[in-house]
Design a binder for this molecule. Structure first.
Ligand code: ZN
Length: 202
């Protein structure tokens, strides 16, 4: 599967000069919502991800996604795997389980995001369901930003990766873009200004 082509064709791989939530700058930005705006593409991607997960024989009762970014990918993955779907959300900055969702002791939960960068939100979602006694069996995302090690690649996880190394992480492909600290950003040196994705209609 040519994930980069799918993102490009959907206008979801943006090129420019972006200010990331980490404070760093990048020439590229992934807008997964654009890929998932076509339900057919979402279904195709989720099925491919589900196939990879199934081939690992991992036992899964439930998919849980951190809102908002992971919702569509997680819901489609749950559909493809034939399991239930729940989500966590931030309230006053803290990840929580609301909306009457219940997790039972020992329930096998896979955490799903649209994109895993360092995996911070995914890990927070995992901590929430684990606090109710669930057993987090692994992590999944449509795309890996290249910091964490996904199943079926030999790349080492970078120090920035927050996902536990003893749990499998499934993704369909890697996007290894360079990121720059503002002080050393070559795009800034060329005189352009880093913009926050979403702030100008993207
Ligand atoms: Zn810059």
């Amino acid at each position: 599967m040519d994930l980069e082509k799918i993102y490009k064709d959907a206008g979801a791989l943006l090129e420019g000069h972006f200010l990331l939530s980490s404070g760093n700058h990048s020439q590229y930005y992934l807008q997964s919502a654009k890929v998932l705006e076509d339900p057919k593409t979402a279904e195709l991607l989720a099925k491919a991800l589900a196939d990879e997960i199934k081939s690992s024989n991992l036992e899964i009762d439930t998919i849980c996604s951190p809102a908002l970014g992971g919702l569509l990918a997680g819901y489609e993955l749950a559909r493809a795997l034939g399991v239930r779907f729940i989500f966590t959300e931030r309230v006053g900055g803290e990840m929580t389980l609301r909306r009457g969702f219940e997790v039972r002791e020992g329930e096998k939960i896979l955490i799903c995001e649209d994109i895993i960068t360092t995996g911070g939100s995914a890990l927070e979602a995992a901590n929430v369901v684990e606090s109710f006694g669930a057993d987090v069996v692994g992590y999944a995302a449509l795309a890996n930003r290249g910091f964490c090690k996904r199943v079926s690649t030999n790349d080492e996880a970078k120090p920035e990766c927050k996902l536990p190394s003893d749990k499998p992480f499934f993704a369909l492909g890697d996007f290894n873009f360079e990121i720059y600290e503002p002080d050393t950003c070559p795009l800034c040196k060329e005189g352009s200004e880093a913009i926050k994705p979403g702030s100008r209609g993207n």
